[in-house]
Design a protein around this ligand. Structure first.
Ligand code: NAD
Ligand code: MG
Length: 396
């Protein structure tokens, strides 16, 4: 980049919680960044508004039915409008120094891969990409010489704590978990937990899907799989620690007994800012940590009996192959069914486990191509749908 030239950033999933925080940070440094492309799923008006206010050159909406609305909302602006899966890929491939991959779910895999394949920096919020096809994704990144910068707060923490140390000197990598809104709920009460209660996360304001994943602790399971791929840490060196204050985000323990942890107030703009400025740091309008002001920091082991989703995800991580692909797809379907009040809270984990048990082990190979991952993903979704329809349990 020449002096005076602004860095182009593309934001996939611009209308979401991570996407909006990213655009907010970018807008605060107009001399440093400009927006190349933005994408969204269905909300054409919101996407058009973001594209206009941030001066994007290209706006892509996933749902082809929303194309006309987007096109007319952008009429006369000179911003190019496009729709459908190919448009998301085009957005990801346009020349940009950094691409923020913040689509939720496996739907973000193909666009994130397209961003990876052009090399450059990919700011990865979309953890489901790595759970669905982690090995393939990281191999594609290595082949294209792409730099994956973690956006998930725990992974940003581990990325910083690892610094230049060798993996062979790492004894354990620990991700912290807030424990979610139901951390101290007894099992009987969890059976009746309503989506509106599950969405109220005590420390973070996030999209609906990740909020439910945080309530079941599936999010931490997905994050262990994410960490395994991002940092090449073997499953037996990965740990989870419940830490309700969400101040310490991740810890790396080394072979000499030293532990390096990263701390920050729970605000996603902090890891997002690091991914936008790495290898430098930028100033951000985020709260500052005042340890004297805190009542204390507490840590406890996760309760795998009340939160079976974490146990199931841990088993999928250890099993490897296509198990995480199946886990992720079944979870996406089960979470959507829970949000639509078709199943109860405990059924999310039950459906995921049922689907994992239903796929013959011979069919759970490690996806070695995008098509393999998507085929296994589609099969698991169908099985989850069937399992949900078969479960006659009425929702709360
Ligand atoms: P969100 O639901 O707020 O936003 C999701 C974005 O993806 C929206 O722009 C939406 O339009 C788009 N989208 C949804 N479905 C799509 C589809 N089928 N095709 C194309 N686009 C689609 O989600 P979020 O909370 O911003 O999370 C985004 C990703 O970042 C998730 O993978 C999540 O796990 C991860 N993440 C989020 C947070 C957070 O604080 N929100 C923290 C860590 C990691
Ligand atoms: Mg996280």
């Amino acid at each position: 980049m020449n002096a005076g030239e602004r860095e182009a950033v593309t934001v996939l999933g611009a209308t979401g919680s991570v996407g909006l925080n990213t655009l907010d940070l970018i807008a605060r440094q107009p001399d440093r960044f400009r927006v190349e492309a933005v994408t969204a799923n269905r909300n054409a008006l919101k996407l058009a508004e973001l594209a206009r206010s941030h001066g994007a050159r290209f706006a892509a909406i996933a749902d082809p039915a929303a194309y006309r609305e987007l096109k007319s909302a952008l009429a006369g602006t000179g911003i190019q409008a496009a729709a459908g899966p190919a448009a998301l890929i085009e957005a990801a491939q346009r020349p940009a120094a950094r691409v923020m991959a913040a689509i939720v779910g496996a739907a973000g895999l193909a666009p994130a891969l397209a961003a990876v394949e052009r090399g450059g920096m990919v700011l990865l919020a979309n953890k489901e990409c790595l759970v669905c096809a982690g090995q393939y994704f990281m191999e594609a990144a290595a082949k294209a010489n792409a730099r994956i910068l973690p956006v998930d707060s725990e992974h940003s923490a581990i990325f910083q704590a690892l610094a230049a140390d060798r993996l062979s000197a790492v004894e354990a990598v620990t991700l912290t978990a807030s424990g979610g809104p139901f951390r101290d709920w007894p099992a009987e009460r969890l059976a009746h937990a309503r989506p509106e209660e599950a969405i109220c996360h005590p420390n973070w304001a996030m999209g609906a899907k990740i909020s439910i994943d945080s309530a079941t602790l599936m999010n931490k399971g997905l994050e262990l799989i994410e960490a395994h791929h991002l940092f090449s840490v073997p499953p037996d060196r990965l740990r989870v620690l419940v830490h309700p204050e969400s101040i310490v985000h991740g810890l790396v323990a080394f072979t000499d007994g030293s532990v390096i942890a990263q701390m920050a107030p729970p605000d996603m703009r902090i890891p997002i800012a690091y991914s936008l400025s790495w290898p430098e740091r930028m100033s951000a309008p985020t709260p500052r940590l005042d340890l004297a002001d805190l009542a204390g920091l507490t840590f406890e082991a996760p309760d795998l009996a009340r939160f079976p989703a974490l146990r199931i995800a841990l088993a999928a991580l250890r099993e490897g192959g296509g198990a995480p692909t199946v886990l992720n797809a079944a979870n996406e379907v089960a979470v959507a069914a829970y949000l639509n009040k078709r199943i109860s809270f405990p059924h999310i984990a039950m459906i995921v486990e049922q689907v994992l048990n239903g796929v013959p082990s011979g069919d759970m190979c490690e996806p070695s191509a995008l098509e393999d991952a998507l085929a296994l993903d589609a099969r698991a979704r169908e099985m989850a749908d069937t399992a949900i329809r078969a479960s006659l349990i009425q929702a709360v």
